[in-house]
Each structure stands twice: as C-alpha cells, then as structure tokens.
Design a protein around this ligand. Sequence first.
Ligand code: SF4
Length: 307
Amino acid sequence: MNYTFGPINSRRFGLSLGIDLSPDAKSCNFDCLYCELEAAKPIDKITNPPKVEDIIKDVKAALLKEPNIEVITITSNGEPTLYEDIDALVDALNLIKGDKKLLILSNASMISDENIQATLKKIDIVKLSLDCATQKCFQKIDRPIKGILVSDIIEGIKTFSQDFRHDLIIEILVVKGVNDKDEEMDVLNLVLQDINPCRIDLGTIDRPPAFDVQPVSSETLKNLSSHFHGLPISIIHKDQPKTRIDLSEDEILHTIKRRPQSQSDIDYLFSEISKQNLEKLLDQKKVVKQKIAGVVFYSDTSRILSK
Ligand code: SF4
C-alpha cells in the first residue's frame, strides 16, 4: 500500500506531498458536519495504522520522483495526532525532509496532551482547527467523541503557542446557521487575541459535506472577519465578487490598520486603482508585504506579523 498521495498544488502551502496515516478507514475523534469524508462514529484510535518505516520508504520515493515538492503534509483519513507513533514519524521525517517544510493538519483535539505538544513543536507549520469557542457550538459543529471539551483545547493551544517558534495557523470553518453568529465570532476573537497565531484561515464548505449543511457566502466571511481585531485573517474566497472597490491611499491604510489584508483579499476586492494605490503605499514604506506560512499579507509598518 502507498501511504503518500499527490503532490497537489495547494494555493496556501505550495506543492504538497500528503501522508495518509489512516488509509484503511476514517479514524477520527470528531464527526464534523462539514467533513469531506463520510460521516462516521468518532473513535480515539487509528484503524490498522501503517508502520513508520513503510511511510518513510514511500516519502523517500516520492521526493526522488518529484524533487520540487515544497511541503510534506501529515494528514489522515481522520485525525493524524491519533497515530500512536506520531513522534517517531516526525523525527524520521525531519531527518529526510531536506529543504522541504513539514506541515500537520490537526483538529486540535489532542493539543492539551504535553507529549503531543512536544511532538508538534518539531513541525514547521502546525495548522489547528478551532471552529468556535463555546462548548455548545463546538458540540454542534464538530460532534466530538464524549469527553472532549473545547475549553481544554483552547487552554492547550494557548500553552502550545507560548513557546512554539514556528508557524501556527488556526483554521475556522463556517457553516451556515451554526457558527456564523456574531456572538460566536466575538468569543473566538477574545481567545485568538490571546493565542496570537501567525495566520487565521477563515473559510466555509467547499466540497460535498458529510451532513446536509450549507456554506456561507464570501460576503458573510468578510463580515465575520471584522470581529477579529488586528489579526492576520486569510479569507478563503469561494466565489467572485460582484464589484471590486476603489480605495484611496488613506482608505487602504485605515483598512490595513484594522486588519492585515491577505493577497487573496486584495485580489478579491481591490480594483485596479486600489491596487495602484497599494503599490504607492508600499513604495512609501507605509505598508509592508510579508509572507506568512505561504500566504502574502499586507500590514502597516507598526505590525510585524511573523514571530
Ligand atoms: S476533524 Fe477533520 S477528519 Fe475529523 S470529522 Fe472533522 S473534518 Fe472530518
């Protein structure tokens, strides 16, 4: 069996080689409404896990075949931190990855475990999901196995972020009528101000979900993003805007001071005139352009986004 897939060209991370730690069956301690896999009872172990040496053999072969791979992504047909040998796997991948970055996509359910925190600290980019910050909303959208509290996840992420020296990304996936309320975003904002991740990806359902739920529009995502004061939010736009807007230099500065704008925000909203004005601000060094874990952000010069 081959435990790698791709490479796939990810807009957010570059050319990515995926590692699937649960190729046999979905193995997840959540059963999210929006999951791209089939709905399944949450479990706390990976079914029939592969051996570290077999995974490494596959990764080495894939890197030889496609040397331009930029990112090796630890993911799963479920939750990768449920893999019992995750620490040994990360060590082995770090030995062979060369100039590639190591990335993990996790639902954050295990982040309060000190051993998992120690393992994740050895990874270049850690992307954790946090769809809402109240237990009621968390239960509704992520449908975790019994006993998982969102307050433990939040405390775990806070502790982890304090001395994590690489890129921490928080992903929020918004489902219409579930976590798209202003009150939920306000609570999340307070939590995220403490965590201060290097990037927050705000998106919605993009592929057929496990349950009968709906995405929100890009306009809604944009409105929700205004709850996150000063944080680097990257909105994952699904659709095209009806109109792009003309902004003066002052208006752009004002917008960027409130919240750094990602390249995708600029492409989505800015007219040609706005883009020219942004270039002028860059020339005058009133705005800086920074790449955060693969995504370009524009911020005002008083804000250094990367840790
Ligand atoms: S955490 Fe990921 S794999 Fe698990 S149910 Fe949710 S979306 Fe699916």
